[in-house]
Design a protein around this ligand. Sequence first.
Ligand SMILES: Nc1ncnc2c1ncn2[C@@H]1O[C@H](COP(=O)(O)OP(=O)(O)OP(=O)(O)O)[C@@H](O)[C@H]1O
Length: 304
Amino acid sequence: MIQLRQLTKRYGRTEAVSDLSFDVRPGVVTGFLGPNGAGKTTTMRMILGLDAPTSGTATVRGRRYADLPWPMREVGALLDARAAHPRRSVRGHLLCLARSNRIARARVEEVIGLVGLSRIADRPAGALSLGMSQRLGIAAALLGDPPVLVFDEPVNGLDPEGVRWIRALMRGLAAEGRTVLVSSHLMSEMALTAEHLVVIGRGRLLADTGLDAFVRSDPRDTVLVRTADAEELAHRLRDAGAAVRRDTEDTLVVTGMAGPEIGKVAMVHGVVLHELTPHRTSLEEAYLELTRTSVEFGGPEGER
Ligand SMILES: Nc1ncnc2c1ncn2[C@@H]1O[C@H](COP(=O)(O)OP(=O)(O)OP(=O)(O)O)[C@@H](O)[C@H]1O
């Protein structure tokens, strides 16, 4: 479990993270979403003790990172895939981390196999492709077999095979009962990986919800209705409480009433329908709408 309470980080006049409170629970992948510059990396760095909060707290299993006796055994992280010393080999890098955290040598070989780097374990880290570096970063995160994992944009720069592999890995880790927090600025990516979503914009919490509830709660679902009696039906539907917009001569866009009820109203008033198509707001649309203002006003300030 990761817990954030009123977590705030200021850099000069920029408030990168503002009063952020949420829990990341075990057993599911939690997607941490927000547009560029929203504060995801800063939040993760505070969870991992790499940045000190201006105020508030971030704890892993009830303790601040600095108070964890064997941090790598409590929480594994992938923040910067190119963090390994470029001249050190894949195996050498992992052995070095294992030694300093009193992790058995056998575990190094295990994680090398787990991330599929066995064939290139003697290659220097600096000679790896971005995808291979990501795998090495993930191997390092898994080294201490930690119950909590934090991944910052892990699919960045990966080919489709690598992306599928990471998705399966994260879901597998969560299925083992671990706490998995993974950041992305792409809703399309999170829709395929996460069960729970935490969305932030300009450092503030915008949503903390299950993936399903995220779209279900959207009031902008519409039904497209085509009929030769558009005028008459629009009138009847409005009387029944729906919001109706006339799209073309024979097309209405109805909000606030589901397809079956619209059909019933039409039948009662003898209106023949030519089409009745529900349009569920997609995750992507709901996400864009939610973060719209954070992007608009994020402007140049949002750039590092
Ligand atoms: N070390 C720093 N010094 C000054 N400002 C910083 C620093 N680190 C982050 N910021 C600012 O804090 C804000 C949040 O940045 P952060 O990198 O956490 O966002 P992000 O959501 O991870 O974005 P991205 O998806 O682009 O990585 C930005 O406005 C950024 O410019």
